[in-house]
Design a binder for this molecule. Structure first.
Ligand code: NAD
Length: 268
């Protein structure tokens, strides 16, 4: 199985921590040059130092930018006009009762979770498709969520944004017919990242329970259909992302692939 990505340039959005950082490490270990993105130069520098320490010989670039608006996305595409691999990973989430989600909340989650990927895909996919014949090659992955299928009652706006990503990925894949470019989405389930404790604390506050209780309820009440009955690690999610970026995944296109621990039962 050919997992070598030498000579390929990958952009992983939101790669200063969590799933994005794990994916960036995985791609670097497969030989790709990786562009690290986060909102601040400090966070980007720290992530690059972390990856350089973990992956010997990693070739890394930094692109500090807020991708929630056109100017931020434009600054990245200007600095790096073409990439071979784009991972639309940037995303925000947090519990909020449906009746409390304001118009501003809806717009904000749309701008960062949906439009960042739309803008970058619109730009980079054209470059991937531009080469003739066998020379065109590319991989685009939207890091969506099983929440786009099993919409969480406490994060309806988030579920909406994750469902939208799947639709956009499939729609964009339609432009790749007959080429060596693929566009897929990956659907993680609950994944333990640096931000998970703060997320659990917010859930506990909203429900008037302890953080320990909020954690215990994660798989008894919120995600009871999980077959693994635990959080995935960021690396477990990154493994699927990295495989899909490889040459070995050349026949998987326009798909929504789950790494959700079995939460979604029999979707279709
Ligand atoms: P995280 O909060 O740990 O990391 C998010 C990353 O995005 C950080 O690097 C942050 O700096 C960056 N970011 C946030 N806003 C940004 C902006 N405006 N511009 C540029 N960068 C920005 O998140 P995570 O848990 O690793 O989630 C990553 C992706 O995986 C998200 O799209 C999320 O929806 C999805 N996901 C996560 C889980 C989970 O349980 N952690 C489950 C399913 C799907």
């Amino acid at each position: 199985m050919d997992l070598d990505l030498s000579g390929k340039l990958a952009l992983v959005t939101g790669s200063t921590r969590g799933i994005g950082l794990a994916a960036a490490k995985g791609l670097a270990a497969m030989g790709a040059e990786v562009i690290i993105n986060g909102r601040t130069q400090d966070a980007v520098d720290k992530a690059m130092a972390d990856i350089a320490e973990t992956v010997a010989g990693a070739v890394l670039h930094g692109a500090a930018a807020d991708l929630s608006h056109e100017a931020g996305c434009g600054s990245v595409t200007e600095a790096f006009p073409a990439v071979d691999i784009l991972i639309n990973n940037t995303g925000v989430y947090g519990p909020k009762p449906f009746f409390d989600i304001t118009d501003e909340d809806w717009q904000s989650i749309f701008d960062i979770n949906v439009m960042s990927g739309v803008r970058l895909t619109r730009h980079y996919l054209q470059g991937m498709l531009a080469e003739d014949g066998d020379d065109n090659w590319g991989r685009i992955i939207f890091v969506s969520s099983e929440a786009g299928i099993v919409v969480p009652v406490e994060m309806v706006h988030y579920g909406f944004s994750k469902g939208a990503q799947m639709v956009i990925a499939r729609g964009a894949a339609e432009s790749t017919k007959g080429t060596n470019v693929t566009v897929n989405s990956v659907l993680p389930g609950p994944t333990w990242v640096e931000a998970t404790p703060a997320n659990l604390a917010e859930r506990a506050r909203l429900q008037g329970i302890t953080v320990e209780e909020a954690m215990a309820r994660a798989f008894t009440e919120r995600r009871p259909t999980s077959l693994i009955q635990r959080y995935a690690s960021a690396e477990e999610v990154a493994n699927l992302i990295c495989y899909l970026c490889s040459k070995a995944a050349s026949a998987t296109n326009g798909a929504a692939l789950r790494v959700d621990g079995g939460i979604v039962g029999n979707p279709f």
